[in-house]
Design a protein around this ligand. Structure first.
Ligand SMILES: Nc1ncnc2c1ncn2[C@@H]1O[C@H](COP(=O)(O)OP(=O)(O)OP(=O)(O)O)[C@@H](O)[C@H]1O
Ligand SMILES: [Mg+2]
Length: 247
């Protein structure tokens, strides 16, 4: 077992929720799962005055990772809600990618598998001209793309998958997030059909919209249940077991 890299077609699509849901399901299956958000921006100040990433809080809770591991789970948290390269520059901080990758390697030895949440979309600049996709290539983990169900998603999903391929990465699966089975119509259904046909990447699940998630008060057990019901967890585990990102 090594891990998964969870990216998305854009920011705010649901990487954190899906990473947390997969982690919660693996944990419930007694798998020693770890999580990482290598860089985060838009950090918030916690009760002790520390700058923290809410994404890290969510995925750590879902995976059952102690607060003491936060600096490994999320080695860099920047305050401005900007892409990391710009957030770092305006904060007078230099992003040390080799140091972050070393922390990833240490965490990957400790936890099997390690789920890594991306930042924004696939070309988000992390530092100068080093993009998220460059990190994905370096880590060489199987990639999952989280997409929206609604208008515009065909374009965003196809471009993301094709760009990943252009960079030598294979996308192992797509997860549609925020799928509301009672409300889906021709738009969502045809999006799903086109995404499958145009990318030839399997859809590993349609994760439902849950108001509890939106309100930020969902328990790990409930997240795990949703993942088991709506995601193809056995297939996700076999993707993890197959390992590295070979086209
Ligand atoms: N299935 C869902 N049901 C209800 N709310 C959701 C769901 N998925 C995501 N959300 C909400 O939508 C917002 C964006 O989701 P999330 O934080 O997972 O996106 P992201 O892709 O990780 O964003 P970022 O690029 O900032 O890391 C959050 O407020 C989250 O609670
Ligand atoms: Mg996130």
């Amino acid at each position: 077992m090594s891990g998964l890299f969870i990216t998305a077609t854009d920011t705010d699509v649901g990487k954190t929720v899906i990473t947390g849901a997969i982690a919660a399901a693996l944990r419930t299956r007694k798998i020693h799962v770890g999580v990482m958000k290598p860089l985060a921006s838009g950090g918030v100040t916690d009760q002790f005055g520390n700058l923290v990433a809410e994404d890290a809080t969510f995925i750590m809770k879902a995976a059952g990772i102690a607060e003491s591991e936060r600096s490994l789970v999320n080695p860099l948290c920047l305050a401005p809600a900007l892409t990391p390269a710009v957030a770092a520059t305006v904060s007078n901080i230099e992003v040390n990618m080799p140091a972050i990758i070393k922390i990833y390697q240490d965490l990957a030895k400790k936890y099997q598998p390690l789920l890594v949440e991306g930042v924004g979309g696939i070309t988000a600049p992390l530092w100068q001209d080093y993009l998220l996709v460059d990190l994905m290539v370096e880590l060489s983990l199987p990639v999952i793309v989280v997409t929206r169900p609604n208008l515009g998603t065909i374009n965003h999903t196809v471009l993301t998958v094709e760009y990943a391929r252009q960079r030598g990465l294979k996308v192992a699966g797509i997860i549609i997030n925020g799928w509301n089975e009672n409300e889906v119509g021709i738009l969502e259904k045809s999006n799903e059909v086109y995404i499958t046909r145009l990318t030839q990447v399997p859809i590993l699940g349609k994760f439902p919209y849950s108001s509890k998630i939106g309100e930020g008060n969902i328990e790990g057990s409930e997240l795990a249940r949703l993942a088991e019901e709506y995601l193809q967890m056995d297939k996700i585990i076999s993707i993890i077991e197959r390992g590295s990102n070979d086209e």
